[in-house]
Write a protein that binds this ligand. Sequence first.
Ligand code: 8YV
Length: 328
Amino acid sequence: MTKKKPLVIVTRKLPDVIETRMMELFDTRLNVDDKPMSHADLIEAVKVADVLVPTVTDRIDSGILSQANPDLRLIASFGTGVDHVDLASARQRGITVTNTPGVLTEDTADMTMALILAVPRRLAEGVRLMRGGDWEGWSPTHMLGHRIWGKRLGIIGMGRIGSAVARRAKAFGLSIHYHNRHRVSEELERELEATYWESLDQMLARMDIISVNCPHTPATYHLLSARRLKLLRRDAYIVNTSRGEVIDENALTRMLRAEELSGAGLDVFEHEPAVNPKLMELDNVVLLPHMGSATIEGRVDMGEKVIINIKTFIDGHTPPDRVLEGLL
Ligand code: 8YV
């Protein structure tokens, strides 16, 4: 007798090729309209699903998990960050959580580098000027930005993405500094010619550009608090492609408005999709709609990882991308 296929509920539209394969392998419920699921929709889903496939836009909190049917054993999240899932509640209920690390490293690092270039060189301002038809021709003192070659980049979080940013930045002539919970290997430090700062405060005060590349966890919530942001130099720039919650967005906005910071490149926001309206008004910021990993190739790779995690799990093995709270 063939085993009953598990009911897999996918909360958002995924690439066609991934959805089709999931339909072949599992009893899959898709969300082809891609309308984000409400809290009530998510409760309905966990009441029946064997496997839930959420994304960053679904808040899987303890209230939702408390309604889960006993057969919900796996949350196979589509994405690397897992701050939208209450991991402690999942663990208590014996629900395994997986993510999709590794496959979006290079894309996210590319977008980080794009922001590191775009903000000091005023790329978005230039585009706006051209589109507005306001260009009056070249002038020696027009649209002057700041050189990045020879400057210091402070990376917060030297994991996969942080290291990939460092490799790119080194090629652009930036010297690499980093703060991380643990110092990276000597070999990697040598390759990146990276300087380690145990004290984040000390590093912040000395950098030209800061890049946030750590995950959002209870320990990194508002890591860049109002107090820490004040340590940054007035001529410093800050780039965030990780999670908005790592920075106190209101404090950052206040400082940018007061010109206590030179500029910011933000791909993520504290209350997505809401963005502080005052940020929108500023010239010295480049704002992107959480698209750091948004490549077709990356999304397909992420979907493949989700499938492998589900398949391995239902075949009775430990899925390759099991999230272990302590390691975040
Ligand atoms: C993903 C991300 O697109 O993977 C992550 O952690 O931030 C994004 O780049 C998103 O999370 C998909 O759920």
